[in-house]
Design a binder for this molecule. Structure first.
Ligand code: AP5
Length: 216
């Protein structure tokens, strides 16, 4: 199964993808996570992407397409793949179609999580994660059970994403509106787009996504 999670920054793509991995045994491919790990390693791609990500712009299509195409090939035996944060432009969407066709795969669902800007700002200003295992949290909506201790690995080290700063977030939101939202009609025309209210509680959003998948 190929499932695409679409939505503005902070819409809940990563949160829901983590749950879907556990529930259905799918593999999550997050282009944002891949890029952050390239930046951390100091690779050539990471060096090219660093400044662009820090400014909140989109990394050029050719770099992204090359990076994700390798990963999709590596996961071709997986039960299914969740694409989190890809595609983000019409060119990426078209390249994905070609990649999948070559592997005899098809997109089963494109799920758009709809969230308003006020909520996005609240979510991203309160977001943090465990430095050691990467588990995601939110100060108000999903804090660790014991303050300052990671639920998953018991680490006491937490970090915030540098691109969650107000200025960068404004650019990320513009990039979403001006480039990514344009691919919604592309999938709507193909008949595989489903919009879900991403403003609802996480469990409710998850149930709605499961309904889409299970109704396949
Ligand atoms: P990326 O890492 O993909 O960031 P993003 O799309 O901006 O998405 P986020 O990870 O910020 O949000 P999310 O929707 O996953 O929300 P989350 O679940 O964490 O990309 C980063 C950068 O990399 C881009 O700006 C770009 O430069 C580059 N890039 C990546 N892919 C690219 C591509 N394909 N092409 C070009 N460039 C690319 O939730 C957010 C917070 O809200 C969390 O704290 C969570 O706990 C909370 N939350 C989630 N759901 C709910 C809920 N229902 N109710 C209350 N709180 C909730």
């Amino acid at each position: 199964m190929i499932l695409i999670l679409l939505g503005a920054p902070g819409a809940g793509k990563g949160t829901q993808a983590e749950r879907l991995v556990t529930e259905y045994g799918l593999v999550q491919l997050s282009t944002g996570e891949m890029l952050r790990s390239e930046v951390k390693s100091g690779s050539e791609l990471g060096q090219k992407a660093k400044e662009i990500m820090e400014s909140g712009q989109l990394v050029p299509d050719d770099l992204i397409i090359k990076m994700i195409s390798v990963r999709i090939s590596q996961e071709s035996d997986a039960e299914g793949i969740i694409l989190d944060g890809f595609p983000r432009t019409t060119e990426q969407a078209k390249a994905l179609d070609i990649m999948l066709k070559e592997k005899d795969l098809r997109i089963n669902h494109v799920i758009q999580l709809e969230v308003n800007e006020e909520e996005i700002v609240e979510r991203l200003s309160g977001r943090f994660s465990c430095t050691d295992c990467g588990m995601g949290y939110h100060e108000k909506f999903s804090a660790p059970a014991n303050k300052g201790i990671c639920d998953k690995c018991k680490s006491t080290n937490f970090t915030r994403r540098s691109d969650d700063s107000p200025k960068t977030l404004r650019n990320r939101l513009s990039a979403y509106k001006e480039q990514t939202a344009l691919i919604l009609p592309y999938y709507s025309t193909k008949g595989c787009l489903k919009s879900i209210d991403g403003m609802a509680e996480m469990d409710i959003v998850f149930d709605e996504i499961k309904k889409v998948i299970d109704g396949d």
